[in-house]
Design a protein around this ligand. Structure first.
Ligand code: ASP
Length: 498
């Protein structure tokens, strides 16, 4: 892969991974097997395991000839089924172990191992994330010179986050009202729509505020709690400036040097992105069944169309008009981060690559990126906000057989914005936060089960949009900072290496 530019290498890794994974899925994803007799405990006569990418069944026959069937069915068409293997593991650990050891198809076996190998790449990114954020933030804030400039930048950054998230939500709402996927599809309601898990929006937001004041900063570092780390690092840098003199110089030099080292490490890890992305794509495509996509096709089309509009029209327009950057060039510079976000479905995990790409490939200054990106990975999630709005309206269409009234749609919009702020930048976080919105418009939380099967794929798409919006935010804030708040005329692009 020597001479090929990095973004082409990553794209090639992604496509090759998808091609291999899909081939495995089509050819060797079906298998039937039994747990060897010597491994069965007393009282159980036979365990038959059937694996296909859409449906897993485990038949456990006791000595008295009664058979209990466990079903994992992402489409939830089978009665009393669970939607994912993780749910099976939580409720039936023994049967899950049998399946893992004796029941997996070749396709799932390859997929699971590819996930472990791709996981090594993600671990490397996690390894550099915390020291990179801390050193980058302290260097960036100290580089600003004084706290007043930080306050201004904070205001602009928040304004950008809220404006783009609201634009994303509006796009999602328009699209779901237009296409109406829940009024045409035939996905069905779960058997028990009564069970409600209580999540209080006020509680979630107040917890975020509490998290901003870490009682134990070292603990926050150890836990990788981004919001706590950001707040403590910013406070530390501000007070270093206030103390000033030799102390400030010492800290600036030391942290600046550590930042350089962390950046070099990240740039080295970036080179492994094609391989990491390859394995992650093999995992996703080898283990996902197509059946579930068929039943939720229109819903997926709605989400992806809305995400595509936001990513390909709204954000590029902002990038062009406010930041004066060429969207295509900027996207090319950001491609290692965007493609890694797609295959890993985690904005937190991608953050080191986002930082490195914005600074080294797109030429945005560390002062801006060190502040806008870590904060953005935690609280600016355009893709997630949009997705939440579409998913809740889709569920409402299925449940009520009609669109939600406008007042309820406004409640959805506001809560989707807040839920996206509360969501962590990790896979499936948006799904957890959706409970808040469902409760706000009095929809049964269990209806979520309908969309769980396709969440991974949609998560990949919305995470790329989350990272794309953070990156565009960097360019926008950098331009506003450079011109005291007014959008300037476009200039030429900075050089892009790598
Ligand atoms: N996976 C998303 C992210 O990391 C969050 C979500 O589930 O929507 O940005």
């Amino acid at each position: 892969m020597g001479k090929l530019a990095l973004h082409w290498q990553i794209l090639a890794g992604m496509l090759l991974g998808a091609a291999i994974g899909l081939t495995l899925n089509v050819t060797v994803s079906e298998s039937t097997s039994e747990v060897p007799r010597e491994n069965l405990p007393a009282g159980i006569r036979q365990v038959v395991l059937h694996d296909s990418s859409n449906l897993i069944t485990i038949d456990v026959t006791s000595d008295d000839e009664t058979t209990q069937r466990l079903v994992v069915d992402a489409t939830r068409r089978e009665p009393n089924s669970v939607a994912t293997l993780a749910e099976l593991a939580a409720g039936h650990a023994r049967e899950y172990r049998w399946f893992q050891h004796h029941g997996r198809s070749w396709s799932r076996w390859f997929g699971d191992n590819a996930q472990r190998l791709g996981g090594l790449f993600l671990r490397m990114l996690r390894m550099v994330a915390v020291p990179l954020i801390v050193t980058s933030l302290v260097t960036g804030v100290m580089g600003l010179g004084h706290a007043e400039r930080l306050g201004k930048m904070f205001g602009r950054t928040l304004a950008y986050y809220v404006a783009t998230s609201l634009l994303a939500i509006t796009t999602g709402l328009l699209m779901v009202n237009l296409i109406q996927p829940g009024l045409r599809g035939h996905a069905h309601k779960p058997t028990d729509p009564e069970g409600q898990t209580d999540v209080d929006l006020g509680e979630v937001l107040f917890t975020q505020v509490e998290t901003m004041i870490p009682a134990n900063p070292i603990g926050a570092l150890a836990d990788g709690n981004f919001l706590s780390i950001i707040c403590f690092s910013v406070a530390f840098a501000i007070f270093a400036l206030i103390v000033g003199g030799k102390t400030a110089d010492l800290i600036r030099d030391f942290v600046g040097a550590a930042f350089e080292v962390m950046m070099a490490m990240t740039m080295a890890i970036i080179k492994l992105a094609p391989l990491g992305v390859f394995f992650l794509m093999v995992f996703v495509t080898a283990t996902q069944g197509v059946e579930v996509f068929k039943s939720l096709g229109l819903y997926m089309v709605t989400v992806t169309c809305a995400l595509a509009f936001h990513a390909l029209v709204t954000l590029p327009l902002i990038l062009k008009l406010v930041a004066g950057r060429n969207p295509l060039e900027f996207a090319k510079a950001m491609s290692p981060a965007l493609l890694t976000a797609f295959s890993s479905a985690s904005s937190n995990g991608t953050l080191p690559l986002t930082l490195a790409s914005v600074e080294e490939r797109a030429g945005v200054s560390n002062r801006v990126s060190s502040f806008v990106l870590p904060l953005g990975a935690t609280i600016n999630m355009d893709g997630t906000a949009l997705y939440e709005a579409v998913a809740v309206l889709f569920i409402a269409q299925l449940y009520h057989g009609e669109n939600l009234p406008l007042t309820d749609q406004i409640i959805v919009a506001v809560t989707a914005l807040l839920a996206s702020i509360g969501a962590a930048g990790i896979p499936h976080a948006g799904l957890v936060m959706m409970v808040i919105i469902l409760q706000a418009v009095k929809l049964p939380v269990d209806m979520q089960a309908i969309i769980i099967g396709v969440d991974r794929v949609l998560d990949m798409c919305r995470t790329s949009v989350n990272v794309w919006s953070d990156s565009c935010g960097c360019a926008v804030i950098a331009r506003l900072e450079a011109h005291g708040g007014k959008a300037p005329p476009p200039t030429t692009e900075p050089s892009m290496e790598l």
